[in-house]
Design a protein around this ligand. Sequence first.
Ligand code: K1U
Ligand code: ZN
Length: 185
Amino acid sequence: MSVLDIRVLGDPILREDTKPVDEITESLRLLARNMFETMYLAKGIGLAAPQVGRSERMAVVDVEDNPLVIINPEVVYTEGKAKGEEGCLSIPDVYGDVERPAKVRVRAVGLDGKTFEIEADGLFARCLQHEIDHLHVKLFIDYLSVLRRRSALAKWAKEKDKYPGFIRRLEDDPTPNHEHPDEEL
Ligand code: K1U
Ligand code: ZN
């Protein structure tokens, strides 16, 4: 298995739509394994293919020790609204409160090629939506108000030089602890 480089805000791939997966190949399985390894090392709870420079419509999530691969995922039902703090492995050290549906039902294909549906609430629902957004060019900062987005981008402007070429190499990561910030956006 390998740890992959994470692409950070400014890399065009984060703003390019993904391609639906039409065949589960050994190379897709290897990508999923490498994405899990990368996500765990970065102390994340999710990771989408564009974040590692890939265009496959696939993401991995693990909330409370439930690893899940979602291929071609779609939100098929939502209920309620909930506000919660989000971060992004592609925008290190920037956080913000995002309002999203509180509960979701997601339909996806697994690595076994079978379609499944899963219901989620709480952090799991938030993470699934955050990852599905990544697969369709959307980032959590896009949901912030003009003022909070400006503040998030100002914070990022101070951080981004740590990532030459918009690449976050976990081996020499400047944010090893991923502590939550002392200031809220
Ligand atoms: O896709 C990503 O960038 C991963 C991202 C997912 C996510 C975090 C918080 C809310 C929704 C989605 C992260 O894992 S960032 C790491 C992080 O902030 C976090 C880690 C554990 C619990 C809560 C947040
Ligand atoms: Zn993210």
